[in-house]
Structure formats: structure tokens, C-alpha cells
Design a protein around this ligand. Structure first.
Ligand code: DNO
Ligand code: MN
Length: 387
């Protein structure tokens, strides 16, 4: 695998030199300063690439060229946004960057309810708690139909949770859910979010799926001509929240995209942390079956808890079964002769990063530990299995 870490650009508190020392040969980044829906200028891509090269690193993968909401809802700006997307793909290819990540989640990118969940050893993890989501949805946002989306046990627990919350707790929960985690394009106020949810009133899962396929049909010819593989990041968490549909959550969802749009440019960013929230996703089987469709790997593990909750575990712990996943990647690489770019995705906030202002999930030391562990497993397996 090609070892990479995500870098959020010149504003990232983690400098490129540290990323290199952590063991990565490349970075995964984006021009976060370009507004969603606008084309990335060639000169700006070239300049960023030069900056990365001067630090001794490659710009291995783009994460992400965001998909504008009008493409997901089928709004009036759709055509212009698709043209801008194609221009961005051509400009990236002209700079030699050929793997581009995106996601198709309505309004929210990845979502958590706690950014500093203490592990037994004192490191801090990100956590998702469906009871907290329900407390926010039913009692704070007071979304129409929210009651229908949770089972009675979750609803009761949510009512108790809300009763225990003071004003500061309410503000903190709303900020955590809506302020947008690193890499997300949108952030909302409670009112703004209520209005944004209404833009999906007529977009159910089937409709969203059709819009996703229409997007791929529109951009894949350009991607193919430019030699780019687009890789979709799965939904995180992989189920609908706030009544918003999610359609990239399971193997069947993803296979459907490949069946409908067979272009080789239609690929997958295999995120073991996102897909692994569902016990019914067979992670290593998916790697075997999806083969060359996989163009990029996010390797991390979650620990599933009861009642739809999970937290991000250390990379070799939790529910993922990381050694088996890496063994499966090893077989895939042997089969295809291609080394896949990989990042450890998130990591715990730990050691000297505790008390620092960090991008949640993206402090350096926890990711460095994850990367080192994954590389160690990979080299050990390669030695034992040959290759
Ligand atoms: C979170 C990331 C996501 C991912 C996007 C891809 O850490 O995995 O924000 O970058 O969903 O478009
Ligand atoms: Mn991921």
C-alpha cells in the first residue's frame, strides 16, 4: 500500500514535515478554499502540488471534490455544477492527479455526537450515539416526523437524555452535530438545518440513487478520458439520519452503482470505519469482490456498542478485524499488480496532542500510531505470505 495521511492545506495545524516524519510518502488533500460548485483553477492545483513536492511528499489522492447539493437534489444549478466538476477533473489530470474522492451524503458529511470520548487509557475518541441524535432531532430540532424514525426504547432514552441537558449541553450537542467535522462542506444553525432538510422533501432514497447515477453518467466520460478514477466514500454512519436518505451504505448499494454505470472510472474509496459500523457489511469479502473498483483505502476500526452507538477504536482493535482486511488487500494487490493508496483515516487524540487545538479525528500522534501499526501488519503479512 502507498502510505498517506490527510492534510487540510496550509491552514492545517499539522505541517507537511511532520506528515513525512510520521511515515507517509504522500498526502491526501483538497483545495478547501474553492467554494463547492466552482471549478478548481489549474494554477492553484499546480501551486499546491509544488508546495507538497517541496516537502518531499506526493499529492497522492484528492479528498474531496465535493458534490454540490443541487446535484444531489436535482436543483436548478445542477448543470453548471457538473460542468465545473468536469473542469476540475481535467485540471487535476493535467497535474497528474488521478484518484478523486467524493461522497453522496445529503447535507451532512460524517457525523458524530461526541468529539472527546475518553478511552480507558485517557486517549480521546470520536463517538456516535443514536440516543443523542434522537434527543437533538426530537427535542431540540423538533423535526416533523422525527418521532417516527426511532424505536420506543431510543425515544424514551432520548427524552431522559434531553431532560438532563442544560443550555450549554444543548448548544454543544447542536454544534457537534451541525458545525461540520473536518472535510465537511456545510455547517448549519438549527433553523438553517430545518430549512435544508425541507429541500429533501421530495427526494427519497430511490430518487437520490437516480441522482447519483445521473451524476456518474455525466462525469465518468470526462474522468475516463482524463484517466481519473472517481472513488465514492461510503456514508458515515451507514444509515439514514434526520430523515435524510443515504444510499452508499451497503455492498448492495455500491454494487448497484457499478452495475448501472460500468465505467472503470466509477470506483470506491473503501472506508473500513464507515462500512464497519454495520455488522451486516462483510468487510474483507467486499474487498475481494469489489477488486479493481477499489481505488483508495481508509483503514480504521470502530467498536460497535448497543443501540446504534459506536466509537472509533484503535486501528487494530474494535470490530473491524484489521489483520484480515490487510491480508485481503495484500491478495488484491498481488492479483492486480497495483499498490493502493491508503490512509489510517482518523486517530485518537493522545499524548502531546491532548490539550492542543486539533481538527477532530485528525490530530497527528494517533494517526501516526495507526499508520505505523497498519504498515507493520502489512510488512509482516507480506513476509509470511510472500510478495
Ligand atoms: C472523514 C472523511 C470524510 C470524507 C468524505 C469524502 O473523515 O472520511 O469527510 O472525506 O466523506 O467525500
Ligand atoms: Mn473514511
Amino acid at each position: 500500500m502507498i502510505s498517506t495521511l490527510r492534510w487540510f492545506g496550509p491552514a492545517d495545524p499539522v505541517p507537511l514535515a511532520h506528515i513525512r516524519q510520521a511515515g507517509a510518502t504522500g498526502v491526501v488533500t483538497a483545495l478547501h478554499e474553492v467554494p463547492n460548485g466552482k471549478a478548481w483553477p489549474l494554477a492553484a492545483i499546480e501551486q499546491r502540488k509544488r508546495m507538497i513536492a517541496e516537502a518531499g511528499l506526493d499529492w497522492t489522492v484528492v479528498e474531496s471534490v465535493p458534490v454540490h447539493e443541487s446535484i444531489k437534489t436535482g436543483g436548478p444549478d445542477r448543470q453548471g455544477c457538473i460542468e465545473a466538476y468536469c473542469t476540475t477533473l481535467r485540471n487535476l489530470a493535467a497535474c497528474g492527479i488521478t484518484t478523486v474522492t467524493y461522497n453522496f451524503m445529503p447535507l451532512l458529511d460524517w457525523t458524530r455526537t461526541d468529539l472527546a470520548w475518553a478511552m480507558p487509557d485517557g486517549a480521546l475518541a470520536l463517538r456516535f450515539d443514536l440516543v443523542a441524535v434522537a434527543a437533538y432531532d426530537i427535542h431540540i430540532l423538533q423535526r416533523d416526523r422525527a418521532m417516527e424514525d426511532y424505536n420506543p426504547a431510543i425515544r424514551e432514552a432520548a427524552a431522559r437524555r434531553f431532560a438532563e441537558m442544560d443550555d450549554a449541553g444543548i448548544t454543544a450537542l447542536s454544534g457537534t452535530i451541525l458545525a461540520g467535522l473536518p472535510g465537511s462542506e456545510e455547517s448549519f444553525s438549527d433553523d438553517g438545518f430545518r430549512r435544508a432538510i425541507a429541500t429533501y422533501d421530495t427526494v427519497d432514497a430511490d430518487r437520490l440513487r437516480e441522482h447519483h447515477i445521473a451524476f456518474l453518467e455525466a462525469v465518468c466520460p470526462t474522468a475516463e478520458a482524463a484517466g481519473i478514477q472517481l472513488v465514492v466514500h461510503p456514508d458515515d454512519p451507514p444509515f439514514p439520519i434526520f430523515g435524510l436518505p443515504r444510499v452508499v451504505s451497503t455492498e448492495a448499494d455500491i454494487q448497484h452503482l457499478f452495475d448501472r454505470v460500468p465505467s472503470p472510472s466509477n470506483g470506491l474509496c473503501f472506508c473500513s470505519g464507515s462500512l464497519g459500523v454495520r455488522a451486516d457489511n462483510d468487510l474483507s469479502g467486499m474487498i475481494e469482490r469489489m477488486g479493481t473498483r477499489i481505488g483508495f483505502l481508509h483503514l480504521r476500526s470502530v467498536q460497535r456498542e448497543s443501540d446504534g452507538a459506536f466509537h472509533e477504536a484503535a486501528h487494530l482493535e474494535g470490530s473491524a478485524g484489521m489483520v484480515e482486511i490487510i491480508a485481503q488487500v495484500h491478495h488484491l494487490q498481488q492479483r492486480t499488480g497495483r499498490s493502493l493508496p491508503m490512509r489510517p483515516d482518523h486517530g485518537h487524540q493522545m499524548l502531546d496532542d491532548l490539550g492542543k487545538v486539533v481538527n477532530p479525528g485528525y490530530s497527528l500522534l494517533g494517526r501516526m500510531k495507526g499508520l505505523a501499526e497498519i504498515r507493520g501488519v502489512e510488512q509482516g503479512l507480506a513476509h509470511a505470505l510472500g510478495g
